[in-house]
Design a binder for this molecule. Sequence first.
Ligand code: TYM
Length: 332
Amino acid sequence: TPRVFSGIKPSGGLTLGNYLGAIKRWCDMQGPAFETVFCVVDLHAITVWQDPADLRAGTREIAAGMLASGIDPTRSVLFNQSQVHEHAELAWIFNCVARVGWMNRMTQFKDKAGSNAEKASLGLYAYPSLMAADILLYHGTHVPVGEDQKQHVELTRDIAAKFNHDYKVDFFPMTEPVIEGPATRVMNLRDGTKKMSKSGESDMERINMLDDADTIAKKFKKARTDPAPLPETLDGLKDRPEARNLVDIFAALSDSTPDKVIAEYSGAGWGQFKPALADLAVDKLAPISTEMRRLLDDPAEIDRILRDGAEKARAIAAPILAKTYEIVGLLR
Ligand code: TYM
């Protein structure tokens, strides 16, 4: 069976972008069609400074968010990356396969390193190589992610292809990015040209999965929009990024499409649409945050689930790493 792999960094709390762009879609992929492996990528988080206590808490929060959203540890493998040392080992092999020029083209590195790339960690630079290792260590064939990860998944294919070519094997599969649905790029609520992220400076620009109902309502109410009402068709949202974003969020939360949302609300003003969106969001997110809080009351239980998951992950990963070492010619 084809195998799904995806991951989330525990660098700050979970956002609505992570939920709609990733976790919600992962839940839908659980079932007979795929084997599903989901990972809290703590080794990726430390490519930028993380306070150790925050990292521990963040890892549990992401795991709790995944569980509360419907990732089922009896149907999926759910674990944190650092408990399966094979990730770091395969990443080293891939550091020797990938080319410096490939890394230089990664837009996420440029965004994160900013104007002073000399001061970025070496880990941040090599980040995509570890991400390729995450996926290929499980021979992952399908990687459901948001739009921002597309370039990294394409690089994973380049690494697999060069490895197979250099060693004259047909060992690593060509991974497909799965970027689908109305919310593959949820935007910042204060600036419709920037994506919603865990680390943006103002809390008003994002919905956190642990926000309470009042906070969610307030953030949508204060979300930036233009003054015009919603148009007759989706075309009318072309140069209205903030409006388009709210329509997309509405569609994703209600398992609908932007076209249907526009059909229902065409002509509506923001005084009507925003409260409807806030109600919908609270309706869908409150049960998740309640369950997250319940889970976070018992950190030992979360740790146990992650440990069990790591054992299952290692059962898949260890033979693939062993075979890789053999192909490369590393003596055992
Ligand atoms: P991360 O932790 O930044 O985000 C986790 C997932 O959430 C998606 N996402 C969004 N989707 C839509 N709109 C947004 N505003 C938004 N913000 C985040 C991301 O696209 C991602 O799917 N490098 C990855 C983690 C990773 C990984 C992997 C993913 C490490 N190894 C292997 C897939 C496979 C990252 O930083 O995601």
